[in-house]
Write a protein that binds this ligand. Structure first.
Ligand SMILES: Cc1cc2nc3c(=O)[nH]c(=O)nc-3n(C[C@H](O)[C@H](O)[C@H](O)COP(=O)(O)O)c2cc1C
Length: 181
C-alpha cells in the first residue's frame, strides 16, 4: 500500500458494532506509513476502547470528552489531514453531517476539513434503506464527499441484507485507488 506512505489520515469512528474492525484499519494504515489521528464519538467509545485506539494510532485520540480543552485543535486537525475516513459511519452521524450539525468533536473536524472525506456507512438493512438515510447520503455526495459502498450479507442484528460496513481491505483499496489517481 505505497499510496499511504507519508500521508496524514484522520480516522473517524462512530457508534456501531463495526467499530472493532476500525482497529485493523488503523493498524494497516500505520503499517503502510501513514500518520493516523483518531477522532471518536462518545458512542464509539462504548464499542471500542480509547486506549486501544490511541495505542494503535500512536497518537492521543480526540473525543467529545476532551473537546472543551482543545477546540482549536479540531479546526487545526481538519486542515492538517490529507484524508479523512469515517468508518464506521452511523446513521446518526451521517444525518448530522448531511445537515451541518456540529455537536461532536468528529462533526467539528468534519465541518473544518479541507481534505477529501470518505464515509463507510454501517447500519442495519432497514436503517440503510430508509428514505431519510438515502437522502442524507445524497446530500453528503453533493458536498463532494465519497461513500464507500456498504456490503450485503449478515448483519450484527442477525438479519441479512445491505448495510454492513465495507471490509477493511476494501476500504484500503478504495482509499488507495483514490490516492493513486
Ligand atoms: C449494540 C448497538 C449497535 C449499534 N449499531 C449501530 C450501527 O451499526 N449503525 C448505526 O447507525 N447505529 C448503530 N447503533 C445506534 C448508535 O450507536 C446510536 O445511534 C448512537 O447515538 C450513534 O452515535 P454517534 O453517531 O454519535 O456515534 C447501535 C447501537 C447499539 C446499542
Amino acid at each position: 500500500m505505497g499510496a499511504f506512505e507519508g500521508k496524514k489520515v484522520i480516522v473517524g469512528i462512530t457508534g456501531s458494532i463495526a467499530a472493532y474492525k476500525t482497529c485493523f484499519l488503523i493498524r494497516e494504515l500505520v503499517k503502510a506509513g501513514a500518520t493516523v489521528k483518531v477522532v471518536a464519538t462518545s458512542s464509539a467509545l462504548d464499542f471500542v476502547g480509547g486506549i486501544t485506539l490511541s495505542t494503535l494510532s500512536k497518537n492521543e485520540i480526540i473525543t467529545d470528552l476532551n473537546m472543551n480543552h482543545s477546540w482549536q485543535n479540531h479546526v487545526e486537525l481538519g486542515i492538517w489531514a490529507d484524508l479523512f475516513v469515517i468508518a464506521p459511519a452511523s446513521a446518526n452521524t451521517l444525518a448530522k453531517a448531511a445537515n451541518g450539525i456540529c455537536d461532536s468533536a468528529l462533526l467539528a473536524v468534519y465541518l473544518s476539513s479541507k481534505c477529501p472525506v470518505f464515509w463507510a456507512p454501517s447500519m442495519d438493512l432497514d436503517m440503510w434503506a430508509h428514505p431519510a438515510t438515502k437522502s442524507n447520503i445524497q446530500k453528503i455526495i453533493s458536498y463532494g464527499n465519497h461513500i464507500i459502498p456498504v456490503g450485503d450479507g449478515e448483519l450484527a442484528s442477525g438479519l441479512h441484507g445491505k448495510g454492513r460496513m465495507a471490509e477493511v481491505e476494501d476500504i484500503l483499496q478504495f482509499l488507495s485507488q483514490f490516492l493513486s489517481k
